[in-house]
Design a protein around this ligand. Structure first.
Ligand SMILES: [Zn+2]
Length: 511
């Protein structure tokens, strides 16, 4: 890779997954990893193998499946057992990287590690060497670098490179840096660390002050050639630098940065939706690049300018990022063939069985809603195309509610494994509550509803409603999503999807 390439190091599956409520199962992580490979990221940080058996198994499976296509990275503290465990998870991959980290700021050294400077340097050297004995590609991170004494930071970085680190990552762990401050740090490292030319400088910025992307771009200007980031800016607390924003800033302002990435930008919106579906973390409407409003020009004066020449107000084209607009595409009389073509142009390839289910959903929707938009089709596709376990499916649902009556719900479910059909009725505070109580009773174990969120997929009175629920089954968190023109049905489907995930997780405990 030339020096004009910025390596994109995605840590959605490690840093992103660490954020509260965003945990993913092994099969979800594998699906996201596959999408990251398609997106063209250079390195996937797949997890922290020593953290738990589940983490280990996910990293191992991703390394085995995708390690010949993209570098797969595992995180380790500067501890022998961590590094050994990381290698154990990564060793099947053709391309692998061990990422070791050790805190270097005075506050962390004193209160967390209780180590002196000489000890930090010694440990850095020993542990980077240990990792290098396993793997040619080793990344070292001095944790809390932005609050580390700059002279000491230079010494640590030099020591890590001497011991064999091929990438040195400079994390703004607590989101404390500002663009100029961070630029100067990277510049200083470039100028004062004698062996800096033997390693790639990397950034890892948190968004506590809303500056993660700005700081990362400053580092690129100063000479960093790897950026660590996550899809949708997922990550601990206020999150990490958002991959889509970094990539599109570099691309849109290539005139200024004079660098490029290997990312296929037309996959940005699809992967953003996938990660949002899997984690249950919604993307805010006005989020740059991938938010629903990112390309909506509503103001009349803009619209007029746009009609004359789109570049008057548009610095990027929606299709460049794979954006699916609200184009009117299909109606009740569109045939199977037209529908299949539309599905393909939206970037989905489905097997015949899944296609048939999606087509049936489309016909059912067309009966209720006269105009069907791309966004509606994507909502249907998202329901069917991800590997969501379906132990129970909804056959029928009857609810009644109204002023002066007791809300009741009677769902009927089919067990797809045994063919058994079960029905139950329940009352609740409202019809949705009644549905949830009845579903729980049929499935046979209680869960706790943590979050419930409703929004519309497109516009109009007959718009599809989308419900996202988060449930807790003991310490496990599951998300479910349902879409329908009937909000109660959407809620039932969302809840059932989350319950099906809980059943699957119970079945393969340890996943
Ligand atoms: Zn982080």
């Amino acid at each position: 890779m030339g020096d004009d390439v910025i390596r994109i190091f995605d840590t959605t599956l490690r840093d992103g997954e660490q954020s509260p409520g965003c945990s993913m199962t092994k099969s979800e992580k594998l699906e996201v990893a596959g999408a990251l490979v398609d997106l063209g990221v250079d390195i996937i940080e797949a997890g922290f193998p020593i953290a738990s058996p589940g983490d280990f198994e996910s990293v191992r499976a991703i390394a085995e499946k995708y390690g010949d296509q993209t570098v797969i990275c595992g995180l380790a503290r500067c501890i022998e057992a961590d590094i050994d465990r990381a290698w154990e998870a990564l060793k099947e991959a053709e391309k692998s990287r061990i990422h070791v980290f050790l805190a270097t700021s005075a506050i962390h050294m004193q209160y967390k590690l209780k180590m002196a400077e000489e000890e930090i340097l010694r440990r850095t050297s020993e542990m980077v060497s240990r990792a290098r004995n396993y793997c040619d590609d080793v990344e070292f991170s001095p944790e809390d670098a932005s609050r580390t004494d700059l002279d000491f930071l230079c010494q640590v970085v030099e020591t890590a490179i001497t011991a064999g680190a091929t990438t040195v990552n400079i994390p703004d762990t607590v989101g404390y840096a500002t663009p100029n401050h961070y630029y100067n740090m990277i510049r200083t490292l470039k100028e004062q660390v004698p062996n800096i030319g033997q390693a790639i400088i990397s950034t890892h910025c948190h968004n506590d002050l809303g500056l993660a992307v700005a700081n990362s771009l400053s580092a690129v200007e100063a000479g960093a050639r790897q950026v660590e980031c996550t899809i949708n800016g997922l990550g601990e607390r206020a999150g990490n630098a958002s991959l889509e924003e970094i990539v599109m800033a570099i691309r849109t302002r290539a005139d200024f940065y004079r660098v490029r990435t290997n990312i296929n930008t037309t996959k940005l919106v699809p992967i953003s939706r996938l990660v949002s579906n899997v984690t249950g973390m919604r993307v805010q409407r006005n989020k740059a690049i991938v938010g629903q409003n990112a390309f909506a020009h509503e103001a009349g004066i803009h619209q007029h300018g746009m009609m004359q020449e789109s570049s008057t107000y548009e610095i990027m084209k929606p299709q460049d990022v794979g954006f699916v607009g609200t184009n009117l595409v299909l109606g009740k009389h569109s045939g199977r063939h037209a529908f299949r073509e539309r599905v393909q142009s939206l970037g989905y390839s489905l097997d015949d069985e899944t296609f048939q289910k999606v087509f049936d959903d489309f016909i059912a929707l067309a009966d209720k809603k006269k105009e069907i938009y791309d966004a509606d089709i994507v909502a249907i596709l998202d329901q069917r195309s991800h590997h969501v376990p379906e132990t129970w499916t909804l056959l029928r649902l009857h609810t009644s509610a109204g002023t002066g009556t007791i809300p009741t719900a009677t769902p009927e479910l089919k067990n797809e494994e045994t063919g058994e059909i079960r029905r139950d009725a329940a009352t609740g505070d409202g019809p949705i509550d009644a549905v949830f109580v009845a579903l729980e009773r049929i499935i046979g174990f209680p869960v706790k509803l943590q979050e419930f969120d409703v929004s519309s997929v497109s516009s109009g009175k007959d718009a599809l409603g989308e419900v996202v629920v988060t449930i807790a089954d003991g310490s496990r968190i599951h998300h479910g999503k349902g879409v329908s023109t009937d909000i109660i049905e959407a809620a039932a489907r969302a809840y059932l999807q989350a319950l099906n995930k809980a059943i699957a997780a119970r079945k393969n405990e340890g996943e």
